[in-house]
Every structure is written in C-alpha cells, then in structure tokens.
Design a binder for this molecule. Structure first.
Ligand code: AP5
Ligand code: MG
Length: 214
C-alpha cells in the first residue's frame, strides 16, 4: 500500500498516521519528523533545514527529495509506505513519480485531510508533544497539561508552532502545496476527507478507503 497523507499544518496528518500504523504494517515517513530529528541531533541535514523550519518556510526541494529517495529505497518500504508531509511542491510530486516509476511502483491513494483555517490555527497553538515517546496531544483534551498520559514524560511545544510562524506555514501551504490537489486529481488518486471531526471519525473514513486498496 503506497499512500500519501496531505493537508495543511494542523490538519491531523501525524495523528491519523499513528492510527494507520496500528492497523496496517507500513512505515510512517514524515519529512517534518526527519528534519526535527536531524536538527535535534545536530547533523548536516539538520543544519541545512533549521533556518527554513524556524521561518515556517519549506526546506529546498533538492534536500527534501534526496532524503525521501534514500528512505523509500530501504527494505521496510518494500510492501508499502505512508508519506506524511511529502510531497509539498510540484517538483517534489514529479520527483516522487519518477522515483516510484524507477522502482516499479506507483501511488495508490493520496489522502487529503481538509480543515478550516481557524480550526487549524487553534490546533497548532494547542499542540504539545511528549519529549520522551513523541505522542502528540491537543491541550484542549488534556486535564493535566504537564505530563504524557502514556509514559509520564514531559510535554513540550514545537518551536514552529508559535503564532506568526504558524501563520506563515499556512500561507506557504496555500501557495506551494494546495496546487498539488489538482495534480493528484488529474491522476485520479485524490481522496478528500473532512478532518474537522473527532479523530476516530476521521480515521473511520480513512480506514474505509484503505480497505479498498490494500
Ligand atoms: P511538518 O512536520 O510536516 O508540519 P506540517 O505539515 O506543518 O504539519 P503538522 O505536523 O503541523 O500538522 P499535522 O497535520 O501532522 O497535525 P497533527 O496530527 O500533529 O513540517 C514542519 C516543517 O518541516 C515545514 O514547515 C518545513 O519547514 C519542513 N518540511 C517538512 N516536510 C517538507 C517538505 N516535503 N518539503 C520542504 N520542507 C518540509 O495535529 C495537530 C494538532 O491537532 C495536535 O495537537 C493534535 O492532537 C490535534 N488534532 C489532530 N486531529 C484532531 C481532531 N480530529 N480533532 C481535534 N484535534 C486534533
Ligand atoms: Mg505532523
């Protein structure tokens, strides 16, 4: 199963990816997570990505395409993968088509999660992540705002979730990523799902779709 999760910042891509992972044995490949790990570990990739992420801008295509190409060649992607946050520009989508064609594969579904802008901003500003196990929470649904309910770890904010940066990320999405919906519509793999509902309800629709293609 070769799928892409698309949607603006805060749409719930990462949240739904966690649920998909529990039900389908495919790796979750999030370029945002890969870049954040690289920044945390102070690698060369992290040094390249940091200034763009801190500004809410996209990391240059050549850097991003390179890491995805390497990742998709790994053994655990042999029977499928779930991309989250890639592709985000037309050159990235074209490069992905080429990489997959070279591997004799193709995308089976692009799942576009859509949510109104004001809800996205609220979600981004209320997002906390466990520093230990990486579980993501919406503060509005957490009684204790300080500790992870799964492992007791400390919760922290993402550095690009602050007001102005979050707004820039939404603008960048509209300008550079939204046109991909038409790209995938034309290739007849686009499936749009209303993400402004309970997490489980959103997942039910995604599951219904995945059952058809698995
Ligand atoms: P990335 O990490 O991909 O961030 P993003 O696309 O901005 O998306 P988010 O992770 O913010 O949102 P999400 O949709 O995963 O939502 P989540 O499930 O967490 O990218 C970060 C940066 O890396 C980019 O700005 C760029 O610099 C760089 N980058 C990454 N990929 C790149 C690429 N391909 N090219 C170039 N640069 C790239 O949910 C959000 C919140 O809402 C959480 O608190 C969650 O608990 C809550 N929530 C989720 N679902 C629901 C629901 N149904 N109801 C209520 N609350 C919900
Ligand atoms: Mg995410």
């Amino acid at each position: 199963m070769n799928i892409v999760l698309m949607g603006p910042p805060g749409a719930g891509k990462g949240t739904q990816a966690e649920l998909i992972k529990k039900n389908y044995p495919i790796p979750h490949i999030s370029t945002g997570d890969m870049f954040r790990d690289a920044v945390k570990n102070g690698t060369e990739l992290g040094l390249k990505a940091k200034s763009y992420m801190d500004a809410g801008q996209l990391v240059p295509d050549e850097v991003t395409i390179g890491i995805i190409q390497e990742r998709l060649a790994q053994d655990d992607c042999a029977s499928g993968f779930m991309l989250d946050g890639f592709p985000r520009t037309t050159p990235q989508a074209e490069a992905l088509d080429q990489v997959l064609a070279d591997m004799g594969k193709k995308l089976e579904a692009v799942i576009n999660i859509f949510v109104p802008r004001e809800v996205l901003l609220q979600r981004i500003l209320n997002r906390v992540t466990c520093n230990n196990c990486k579980t993501v929470y919406n503060l509005r649904f957490l009684d204790d705002h300080k500790t992870c309910t799964k492992c007791g770890g400390e919760l922290g904010y993402r550095s690009d979730d602050r007001g102005e940066i979050a707004k820039t990320r939404l603008e960048v999405y509209l300008e550079q990523t939204l046109p991909l919906l038409q790209y995938y519509q034309e290739r007849q793999v686009l499936n749009s799902i209303d993400g402004n509902r309970e997490t489980d309800e959103v997942f039910e629709d995604i599951q219904e779709l995945l059952e058809k293609i698995k």
